[in-house]
Every structure is written in structure tokens, then in C-alpha cells.
Write a protein that binds this ligand. Structure first.
Ligand code: NAD
Length: 350
């Protein structure tokens, strides 16, 4: 049984995938189905052991429960992880085996693409189960690439948080953007159009130069972005960038970005609060992508995706205001709000 931060139990299930014929090894973790089917993508990665795979799946599934709850979606949280198929392994067969495992859960878990899987993989999965999203859809309907929606949600969140914390929207402010991939580059576009000054970095030098040139941004080496002068830090690369050391070097007043799992540990949220830096919980602001995926699964339109994303900023302001009033870390405030939403739905169903 999986527990919430306040110790109350949620429905927790682990389903092991071990298909000898195709060589597929993996885990589907369902953290909660209180608000609806457990939704969350399928990740492939090089895991050192079955335990490492299960631990990652459980951690990611909990994150999806909270993200879906605070995004106002009628979905619980789950996640699938698969051992990355070795060279020579038939990917079609792996996706077929994965789809069979999803199908056996009869819709209590809904999958989509994540790190290491693509729309093409989900098209393969969709041949064998209908409990999948993240597929191409006709114009006007939700679906396809979630990244533009993730970037839009981060941008709207940043505007709302900036008004609350820094006293103005991003026009004329300096935003440090770390990571210029699918989400970061689109965020730069929105910020540039809104009149923000950009300081950017990416490990991929060519990509970084391209973005800097397009938006007249200042380009920094990757190891200088955290300590750079600016108003807002937008982590849009990998997770765990907000370490005790990283938090100590920040000069900004606000952190708001698209990367998942930005805090190394919960205590780094407290360190940010103590330094007077407002932290926008990652899973609240980067929910645009899962909103698009969820709307696709529900057969909703692009307009519905937009309406749901428009609500993220308001929700974030509620979390940041409560964090400020109570002098408690915003990541804990968000976790508690999400857990409360899930619990109240469990009570209503009982
Ligand atoms: P991406 O792979 O397209 O881009 C990531 C970029 O970060 C790459 O250009 C990479 O070179 C760069 N990078 C990696 N480490 C770096 C470092 N230390 N310093 C500077 N640059 C670095 O990924 P993405 O789809 O843009 O996703 C970015 C983040 O947002 C990830 O954490 C992802 O989990 C999260 N996220 C993405 C979505 C989505 O819709 N794509 C949704 C929710 C969350």
C-alpha cells in the first residue's frame, strides 16, 4: 500500500511485466484511481535492477496522481517503466507485450509516451489496446505533441506568479532558461513575445546558439546559469537541479520551469523558502502536456485543452499565497492539496 505525505493510504498496485518471448521487462505502478483511471506515460530507461525499476515507477506514479489531481483532471496516477530494449530487440514485439499488460488492467491504467518512447511507439501500442493516448488526432481535436501545451502552461504560470511575487508580469524582467529542447525553446518564444529579456543555456551548443540568435538572448555556459543575475529561473532540462548547493547560488526571486522533479529532495523546497525565493511546484506548472493527453483520451477539443490550461495560473497563485501566509514550502502545500483532493474523492465514493 502506498502512503500520502500525511500517512493516509491510497490504492497502490504494482504489475510486473516479464515477457520472455519478446524480452520485455517492466513495471506498471498504479498509485491511485480515486479520481479516475490512473494516467501516466511509459518510460524506457537502463535500470540496474528490478527493484530500481519498481522504485522509479512508484515515485513517478505518485507524481502523476498529484499532477492530475491539481490539474483538475478526472484521472488518477500511474506510470509504466520498461527496461530500455537492447540493440537487436524487436521494438514492435516489446510494444505488443507492453500493450497486452495494459489491456489486462481493463482501463484502470491509461498510457502515453514519456522519456524514451514516441508517438510511433504509442501507435504500435494502440493496435493492441484502447487504453492509450498521445496519438495523432484530426485538426481541432486534442492530441499530438504535448510540448507546446506544456510550454504554454509554464508561461501562464510564470506570468501569474511574477505578478504575485515580483509585482509585475514578465515584461522587462530577465528570465534564465536552462534547457532549450521541446519545452524550453517554446517557452523562450512566448517569453520573448511578452517582452522578457532572456539568458539561456543548453548542453547542445548549436541548439543554444540558434535560440540565442533568434531571440537576442544572452548565452551562458551550462554551469553558470544557476548563479546568473536575473529575476526568474526556469529549469527546463533535467530534474534535481535545485540541490542545497544550487539553491544557495540562486540570485532570482522566483523559480518556475517545465522540468520534472526539480527539487533534489523536499527539504530543498524549505531552503528556497528560507532564502525568500518563491518556488512554483513543477508538477503544477508543467501539467499542460498531461492535460492535452487527458483531453485526447476523453475525446475533447483543442479549446477544452486551452480552457483547462488557463486555470493553472489561478491554482498556482492559491498555492504560493498559502505558502507565503503559512511560511511553509510551496512543494508541501501542493502535495497536501493534491492528497486532500484524492482523499475527498475516496470518501465520496465510499
Ligand atoms: P528535451 O529533451 O527536448 O530538452 C531538454 C534539453 O535540455 C536538451 O536540449 C538538453 O540538451 C538540455 N539539457 C540537459 N541537461 C542540461 C543541463 N545540465 N544544462 C543545460 N541544458 C541541459 O526535453 P523536453 O521535452 O523539452 O522536456 C524538458 C523537461 O520538461 C524534462 O524534465 C521533462 O521531463 C519535462 N516535461 C516535459 C513535458 C513535455 O511535454 N515535453 C511535459 C512535462 C514535463
Amino acid at each position: 500500500m502506498v502512503k500520502t505525505p500525511d500517512g493516509s493510504p491510497l490504492i497502490g498496485q504494482l504489475h510486473i511485466i516479464d515477457d520472455r518471448e519478446s524480452g520485455t521487462k517492466g513495471v506498471i505502478a498504479i498509485h491511485s484511481t480515486a479520481l479516475g483511471p490512473a494516467a501516466g506515460g511509459c518510460r524506457t530507461w537502463d535500470y540496474a535492477s528490478p527493484e530500481a525499476m519498481a522504485t522509479d515507477a512508484i515515485r513517478l506514479a505518485r507524481g502523476m496522481s498529484y499532477k492530475n489531481a491539481l490539474a483538475g483532471l478526472p484521472f488518477g496516477g500511474g506510470k509504466a517503466v520498461l527496461q530500455r530494449p537492447a540493440a537487436g530487440i524487436d521494438r514492435k514485439a516489446v510494444m505488443r507485450a507492453f500493450a497486452a499488460a495494459v489491456e489486462q488492467l481493463h482501463g484502470s491504467y491509461v498510457t502515453a509516451e514519456d522519456v524514451g518512447t514516441t508517438v510511433a511507439d504509442m501507435e504500435l501500442v494502440a493496435r493492441h489496446t484502447r487504453y492509450v493516448a498521445g496519438l495523432d488526432r484530426p485538426a481541432g481535436m486534442a492530441g499530438g505533441d504535448p510540448s507546446p501545451w506544456t510550454a504554454l502552461g509554464v508561461f501562464l504560470s510564470m506570468q501569474a506568479a511574477s505578478r504575485l511575487v515580483l509585482g509585475s508580469d514578465v515584461r522587462g524582467l530577465t528570465v534564465l532558461v536552462q534547457g532549450l529542447g521541446n519545452v524550453g525553446s517554446r517557452l523562450c518564444d512566448l517569453l520573448h513575445n511578452a517582452g522578457a529579456r532572456l539568458v539561456v543555456t543548453d548542453l547542445d551548443a548549436e541548439r543554444a546558439r540558434g535560440v540565442a540568435c533568434r531571440y537576442g538572448a544572452t548565452l551562458l555556459p551550462a554551469d553558470e546559469i544557476l548563479a546568473a543575475d536575473g529575476d526568474i529561473f526556469a529549469p527546463c532540462a533535467l530534474g534535481a537541479v535545485l540541490t542545497p548547493q544550487g539553491v544557495g547560488t540562486l540570485k532570482v526571486g522566483l523559480v518556475c520551469g517545465g522540468a520534472n522533479n526539480q527539487l533534489l529532495g523536499d527539504e530543498d523546497g524549505l531552503a528556497l523558502l528560507e532564502r525568500g525565493i518563491a518556488y512554483c511546484p513543477d508538477y503544477v506548472v508543467n501539467a499542460g502536456g498531461i492535460i492535452n493527453v487527458a483531453c485526447e483520451y476523453l475525446g475533447e477539443s483543442v479549446g477544452s485543452v486551452q480552457r483547462r490550461i488557463d486555470l493553472i495560473g489561478e491554482r498556482l497563485v492559491g498555492i504560493l499565497s498559502k505558502s507565503r501566509q503559512e511560511q511553509r514550502p510551496s512543494n508541501l502545500v501542493a502535495d497536501e492539496m493534491a492528497a486532500a483532493l484524492i482523499r475527498s474523492s475516496q470518501r465520496a465514493a465510499a
